[in-house]
Design a protein around this ligand. Structure first.
Ligand SMILES: [Zn+2]
Ligand SMILES: [Zn+2]
Length: 276
């Protein structure tokens, strides 16, 4: 088994690629709907995501990518309905490693568990190109029959980064625009000014729970802290190799399950608030 699934709350599960390093492992979200099921982001695609989830799903699937980076769009090509922002469409179609930001230091550091994937090489890894079958932009709505998501355009990390907001439960799937870790604003198509704008917008949004593109989910208070720290000039990665070495010397495990206990309790508190 190359994936692991965690039930996060009623209707929302998190799928993770086990053999991708903790710091690089993207959160793949499965949201159950009445008429459609939603898959938000698709991991690196080291093995088939569709095969893994197909037994869980008896509805048509809408797959959405929050953006075009290699850790989010690997298995996108396996799905019939493939949605994302138009600014990421050309990248998805071509998937040159430098465009999906799998280049430079990211190729050199240990991203994949060598024991499980002995043949994996950073130099030969590539993501299967595909097309977007539809575009999503600010204000669009995805209706699953029992819950709807409003699309937010959240540029900065990449030009076509989007978030999916459930305005009823006040949960936001924020992709790499905001997660509980060092934020990245130095890719070739990143824009720091736009990123700051996006983060200021997220700070003032009526959101209780953030489901980021990486790491466990968090609440509004934590979101403010992450944003404030970034805006004050820290909480970002300037040098990937150095940052990777530092992480290792701190004894951070590279391959292990993440601790979702705290995140789960925050989410269930939020659910109780909205169901009462
Ligand atoms: Zn990214
Ligand atoms: Zn990412």
């Amino acid at each position: 088994m190359y994936y692991k699934i965690f039930k996060i709350s009623e209707g929302i599960s998190l799928i993770q690629e086990i053999y991708v390093a903790n710091f690089m492992r993207c959160n793949i979200w499965h949201v159950r709907g009445k008429e459609f099921d939603l898959i938000i982001d698709t991991g690196m695609g080291l093995s088939s995501l569709k095969k893994f989830i197909i037994d869980e799903i008896d509805k048509p699937i809408i797959s959405v990518i929050t953006h075009s980076h290699f850790d989010h769009c690997g298995s996108l090509h396996e799905f019939e309905n493939r949605l994302g922002h138009k600014s990421e469409a050309k990248i998805i179609q071509n998937m040159r490693n430098e465009d999906i930001v799998f280049s430079g230091a990211w190729k050199e550091i240990q991203i994949i568990d060598k024991v499980k994937f002995p043949n994996y090489e950073g130099n030969t890894f590539h993501v299967t190109p595909t097309t977007l079958t539809g575009f999503l932009d600010e204000g669009d709505v995805i209706d699953l029959g029992n819950r709807t998501f409003k699309i937010l355009h959240l540029p900065g990390h990449s030009p076509g980064s989007i978030g999916l907001l459930d305005t009823k439960s006040k949960e936001l799937f924020s992709g790499d625009a905001l997660y509980d870790g060092e934020l990245l604003d130095e890719f070739y198509h990143s824009d720091k000014t736009l990123f700051k704008k996006t983060l200021n917008r997220l700070k003032n949004l009526d959101v209780e729970i953030f489901h980021g593109g990486h790491f466990p989910s968090f609440n509004k208070k934590r979101a403010h802290k992450i944003i404030e720290t970034y805006l004050s000039g820290s909480n970002t990665i300037k040098d990937v190799s150095k940052w990777f070495k530092n992480s290792q010397s701190k004894g951070r495990q590279i391959f292990s399950d993440q601790d979702w206990t705290l995140a789960k309790s925050i989410i269930s508190q939020n659910e109780n608030k909205f169901s009462s």
